[in-house]
Design a protein. Structure first.
Length: 156
């Protein structure tokens, strides 16, 4: 018997920020070289069936593989995540913290992906949840997805 997987069908979300444009440098205010606070995020095109949002910010250019900077889920449906604001339940990032930890690349220019998921269910997850556990819990509940990419290089 063959494994038949359900096709992923979701609406594309439009993700932007007033702090930086897609592909541009993230201001140091949002990094370990500044105030280390989360940037504002604008979300357009959220499907009506969405009950909440989830957000993952990660760095695929880390020397140790994809590095997670922030995990948040059960964010009430909104079109604006405020700067320096905890919008939902935070998970454990790769700094082993339950908070936003901004870009802090050891060398070179790194890319940072701000991924927003619209979900059709609230997630019952503990604060110790890591990215892979969040992704597993979200599977089958994603009704919208979008991302914004920024870059950062430290001045040494």
């Amino acid at each position: 018997m063959k494994n038949i997987e359900k096709a992923i069908d979701y609406k594309l979300l439009n993700i932007s920020s007033t702090a930086f444009k897609a592909g541009e440098m993230i201001p140091s205010k949002y990094t370990c070289d500044g105030a280390n606070i989360n940037p504002p995020v604008e979300i357009k095109g959220i499907p009506e069936e969405a009950l909440c949002l989830a957000l993952i910010i990660d760095d695929p250019d880390s020397p140790v593989g994809n590095w997670v900077h922030w995990l948040v889920w059960n964010i009430p449906v909104t079109h604006h995540i405020k700067e320096n604001h905890i919008p939902g339940t935070e998970g454990t990032n790769d700094f082993q913290k339950h908070q936003y930890s901004g870009p802090c690349p050891p060398s070179g220019t790194h890319r940072y992906f701000v991924k927003v998921y619209a979900l059709d269910a609230l997630l019952d997850l503990p604060a110790k949840t890591k990215k892979s556990q969040l992704e597993k819990a979200m599977s089958g509940h994603i009704v919208g997805f979008g991302e914004l990419t920024g870059v950062y290089e430290r001045n040494k």
